[in-house]
Design a protein. Structure first.
Length: 446
């Protein structure tokens, strides 16, 4: 047999045996965000292309080279035709959603988080996919550096609770439009001197947005950019004071950081604080989280002027990082009970009992593929069932069966009548608490 098509390059399937890793990250990140006052927001996978062009910026690599865009033909007299793009990131869509739904008219700050798939037509390599997933959070309505510290502290807490300690926090300030005017002038001067060596995209950027040359992926442009003037030397008084306050707060909170004046981020909307959490343990694509402040974006897309900031962490990169150091995940739910059956009457009884226990939240299985008893017990073992019951004509007749603890071999008589669910619950709960504590505590805060 040959598949008619394979998965597109740069995408990944997640097998049911791997999905616990995703659940661990999504659960820990969401729970931590909720403790910090963030609530989940959901928004579409695609948006009008104009939204990304205006917010992410039409001189960025993301917009110029990496967007998946379709032109949709009209189905309604031209009203719904247009150009749509699969979201390359979440900040623009979240910003559009909060403005469009009037969410910024209520008490601020507004704090939201999201778990989304994103799409970028990038060169595929380890940790760099074309469909990838982000856990992101955005906070609207606070201009104070205290909010920057709060958001950075939240990322640090999520990483800590996931058992990730092999990451470093890098911070920088890229100023506001006021201080950036002078900086752009200096960059233009610097890059003009080596104009002939720049890639064609950066040649265009030199005129339109010279800061974007700083994060061009072409090795030659990167080499030239190494000695370019640094934005930190051009910060205005307000941006400087903001950055100083952030550093003081991080220091007070015991959050270690390094100032990296080369961080500019690849998206146009940032102002003032930008930050990245980076690991050396997963190869060249070691940035597991990126974020920063974007005080002009809400107004730029049509809302009232509202300062804002946020971050997004790449879930695939978090998994690579956790795997690189053997961090623990929350294990999958294990099978509580397997009810084996020796004939059709017994299978019918098993189906009824299974259904009752499932209603109480137990994970219970029985045979539906017609295996012999030996094969059923082998299967029970394979799926890690904690207990097993074998039903045959004797058990059906007497209304009683033996409940076998699969780990110890210990057997207890159990009624198959009205008391079945209560009896099983008592044994299962007692067994849970007699297990080693390691079954429950992950040793890394989970
Ligand atoms: P970003 O730095 O483009 O920022 O992406 C955030 C994170 O997503 C990265 O640090 C990385 O972990 C992951 N990521 C990005 N591209 C890929 C890829 N091709 N394959 C795998 N993982 C990837 C943003 O997206 C901003 N919206 C973050 C933000 C939110 N800033 C303010 N609020």
């Amino acid at each position: 047999m040959e598949l008619i098509a394979q998965r597109p390059n740069g995408t990944k399937d997640v097998a049911p045996t791997e999905v616990y890793k995703w659940h661990t990250i999504e659960r820990i990140a969401a729970e931590t965000a909720e403790c910090c006052g963030f609530k989940e927001i959901r928004f579409p996978t695609f948006e009008n292309t104009a939204l990304f062009k205006r917010s992410v910026g039409d001189t960025t690599d993301v917009v110029q080279k990496e967007m998946y865009t379709v032109t949709a033909k009209s189905r309604d007299n031209g009203k719904d035709s247009g150009e749509f793009t699969l979201r390359p990131e979440g900040t623009a869509g979240a910003a559009r959603a909060v403005v469009e739904n009037g969410l910024l008219n209520s008490a601020l700050p507004l704090k939201v988080f999201y778990i989304i798939s994103c799409f970028r037509h990038e060169k595929v390599q380890k940790g760099r996919l074309r469909e990838f997933h982000q856990f992101g959070a955005e906070m609207y309505g606070s201009a104070d550096a205290g909010a920057d510290a709060e958001v950075i502290a939240m990322v640090a807490k999520i990483l800590d609770r996931l058992g990730i300690d092999n990451v470093e926090l890098m911070i920088n300030s890229i100023g506001c439009p006021k201080c950036r005017a002078e900086y752009h002038k200096a960059l233009k001067e610097y890059f003009s001197a080596r104009k002939d060596e720049l890639c064609p995209t950066c040649l265009d950027r030199l005129e339109r947005n010279p800061m974007r040359i700083l994060d061009c992926k072409s090795p030659i442009c990167q080499d030239i950019a190494k000695d370019a003037p640094l934005i930190l030397d051009f910060l205005c008084e307000d941006c400087s004071a903001h950055f100083e306050k952030l550093k003081r707060l991080l220091g007070e909170m015991g959050i270690g950081y390094t100032v990296d004046p080369h961080i500019v981020r690849g998206l146009d909307y940032y102002t003032k604080t930008v930050f990245e959490f980076v690991t050396k343990d997963i190869g060249a694509q070691g940035t597991v989280c990126g974020g920063g402040r974007y005080d002009g974006l809400i107004e730029q897309i049509g809302g009232n002027p509202t300062p804002a900031l946020g971050f997004a962490m790449g879930i695939e990169r978090l998994i690579l990082t956790m795997d690189s150091k053997g961090a623990q995940y929350i294990p999958d739910k294990k099978c509580d009970l397997y009810i084996a059956s020796m004939d059709e009457d017994a299978q019918t009884k098993a189906a009824v009992l299974v259904d009752k226990l499932r209603s109480e939240g137990f994970y219970v299985e029985f045979d539906t593929v017609g295996r012999g008893l030996k094969a059923q017990m082998k299967y029970a073992d394979k799926i890690g069932a904690a207990f097993a019951i074998v039903l045959g004509s004797n058990e059906i007749e007497s209304g009683k069966a033996m409940l076998k603890n699969m780990a110890t071999g210990e057997q207890t008589e159990i009624s198959l009548g009205d008391k079945f669910v209560d009896d099983f619950s008592n044994v299962a709960v007692a067994n849970m608490f007699s297990g080693t504590l390691d079954d429950f505590s992950m040793g890394n805060g989970i």
